[in-house]
Design a binder for this molecule. Sequence first.
Ligand SMILES: Nc1ncnc2c1ncn2[C@@H]1O[C@H](COP(=O)(O)OP(=O)(O)OP(=O)(O)O)[C@@H](O)[C@H]1O
Length: 262
Amino acid sequence: MTAAPVISARGLDLTFETNDGPVHALKDINLDIERGEFVSFIGPSGCGKTTFLRCIAALETPTGGTLSVNGMSAEEARKERSYGYVFQAAGLYPWRTIAGNVRLPLEIMGFSKAEQVERVEKVLSLVDLDGFGKKFPWQLSGGMQQRASIARALAFDADILLMDEPFGALDEIVRDKLNEELLKLWERTQKTIGFVTHSIPEAVYLSTKIVVMSPRPGQIYEVIDSPLPRFARPLDIRDSEEFLQVAHRVREGLRAGHAYDE
Ligand SMILES: Nc1ncnc2c1ncn2[C@@H]1O[C@H](COP(=O)(O)OP(=O)(O)OP(=O)(O)O)[C@@H](O)[C@H]1O
């Protein structure tokens, strides 16, 4: 028997009603994400990547189709705290220490003081920020702040991690390092990850599955299963023939999905 997908979308549609008329943001999205997969969403600006992630998180309500998250509706899954969400900007409260920021969801959820301390220590260590708990966000580099926001999303140990361009604002060297660390973290925690990116190398380096989207309205153009080894991915795998072939396929998909715009 195969396990049910963690996330399953069937015929998912979303139209925003705006002052300028309806915006068809998602059209007929069909996708299964299995437990433990690392799935990237890539596509041009406005193709609905963020909107789809927000649907999974029940931050948007689809106008058609079905969506299940951990075997429940997205709304139920949100109430069950099935996912942690990492935004493009770290979004840390400047008046709280790093530990205080990471602890915040645990306070809201009513974890005991002792468990809060234990969990904060554990997740700060997972993102390589041991010893930084007492610092304030402004005392940390952009990359470290983003690691802290990942720690916050991991603090309550949800099965699913949703990440919306978490490293988009960082320079390439820092991004490379965080990509490597994220892979290790994924290996250690066995989470299911949904990851939005604009970067082809980032998508190919990280993912088991790459969802190429096309705009107006946002649709899935192609789903590419990566042939790369699941975890053993040193950064120089990006020079390998296999990697370049997948990157080429993604690029072709993006071009083809965009063709009617040209
Ligand atoms: N709350 C909203 N109200 C109206 N339209 C919206 C809303 N949110 C998103 N949209 C529109 O839906 C479409 C998809 O937006 P979305 O942010 O999901 O795209 P994206 O692929 O994540 O883009 P980017 O890569 O620029 O972040 C866009 O046309 C956007 O303008």
